[in-house]
Design a protein around this ligand. Structure first.
Ligand code: AHG
Ligand code: MN
Ligand code: MN
Length: 333
């Protein structure tokens, strides 16, 4: 019987690896895990929400009730904001930054996508939450501003995601490897189920929205056609797997090997996915697991952010696969 290690216990053990840790990051990760349990509770009932009066209708008190991604957003902001452990927050659902009451500020920054893959929520396909944590750039939480949210992905102190699928799994890294925890509803805990996740150097899956074929630039077309060629030695043709929820496609490729591609297209000249709360946190996880993440030219974690909601092309997954994709994108193949 393997040990039952809760995610909270794991956070504490991880903290012991950093002698100067004050425990604040551990507390923030606690709050993220708690928020994930609140979001999970609603997401797994998604099919019932119409009956229960959610998703865009008004409830018995006549209050306008939220779509699940806005619901998740509010749950995360309230569950995490109540402890004053962050100084400033950025969410996909909020145009500007969110700052807690001045007297409760902590020294961390939280950026998140409350519900990723929201177009899939009504058809019972896996969706997720993605989060990214930085330290404040200065030492005065009262002075926290947008510049604290616009740090390079390299500066992340922790990042992770929750995937609400056939089981609910929370995956995180605080710089010492990648670890996955499966939610056990009978005890209401995330239990360690995937310790030290490493991703294969080469996979057998590629993920891209082939419906955008007419939108793709030639180098991307050449790369995808390369993956479809017959070549036993390099395990081609790859199989295509595209769920339409980045977290679900990323999680499968992380475990089995593969590459996810959302490139610059004629319709999305900078790609569709957001740098700060989709690409950066998943790139942090991917590199910690031995994978690679670039925008086709440079490492995602090296990109200098200029806007909170800026988009980036994204090639992420098994190292060798991403390197080949880059060679195509840079015209070297
Ligand atoms: P979100 O629901 O947070 O807006 O994210 C949706 C993203 C991502 O999850 C997914 O990979 C991508 O949109 C799918 O985009 P296409 O439908 O254009 O393929
Ligand atoms: Mn998303
Ligand atoms: Mn979202």
């Amino acid at each position: 019987m393997n040990k039952l290690i809760t995610i909270e216990r794991h956070f504490v053990e991880e903290q012991k690896r950093s002698p100067h840790a004050t425990g604040e990051l551990t507390d923030l990760l606690y709050d993220v895990a708690f928020a994930a349990k609140l979001v999970r509770r609603e997401v797994v009932r998604a099919g019932l929400v119409d009956i229960l009066g959610m998703a865009g209708t008004t409830n018995v008190q006549g209050e306008e009730v939220k779509k699940l991604d806005l619901f998740a957003n509010e749950k995360i902001i309230s569950a995490i904001g109540q402890h004053g452990r962050f100084a400033i927050m950025g969410s996909e659902e909020n145009e500007g930054t969110i700052v807690p009451p001045k007297n409760e500020s902590g020294k961390y920054v939280l950026l998140f996508d409350p519900l990723d893959g929201s177009s899939n929520i009504d058809v019972n396909v896996s969706v997720g939450t993605i989060f990214s944590i930085y330290r404040l750039t200065g030492d005065n939480p009262q002075k926290a501003d947008i510049n604290d949210c616009l740090q390079k992905g390299l500066q992340q102190v922790a990042a992770g995601y929750v995937i609400y699928g056939s089981s609910v799994v929370m995956v995180y890294s605080s710089g010492h490897g990648v670890h996955g925890f499966t939610y056990d509803p009978t005890i209401g805990e995330f239990l360690l189920s995937h310790e030290n996740i490493t991703t294969p150097k080469r996979g057998k899956y590629y993920s891209i929205n082939e419906g955008s074929w007419q939108q793709l630039h030639d180098p991307t077309i050449n790369y995808i056609n390369y993956l479809k060629e017959e070549d036993e030695e390099t395990g081609r043709p790859y199989s295509t797997r595209y769920i339409g929820s980045l977290v679900a496609d990323f999680h499968r490729n992380l475990l089995t090997g593969g590459v996810f591609v959302y490139p610059a297209t004629k319709k999305h000249p900078n790609g569709k996915l957001r740098l700060m709360y989709e690409a950066n946190p998943l790139a942090f996880i991917c590199e910690q697991a031995g994978g690679r993440a670039t925008d086709g030219k440079e490492r995602i974690l090296d990109i200098n952010p200029t806007e909170l909601h800026q988009r980036t092309p994204l090639y992420i997954g098994s190292e060798n696969d991403v390197r080949i994709a880059e060679e195509f994108e840079q015209g070297k193949r």
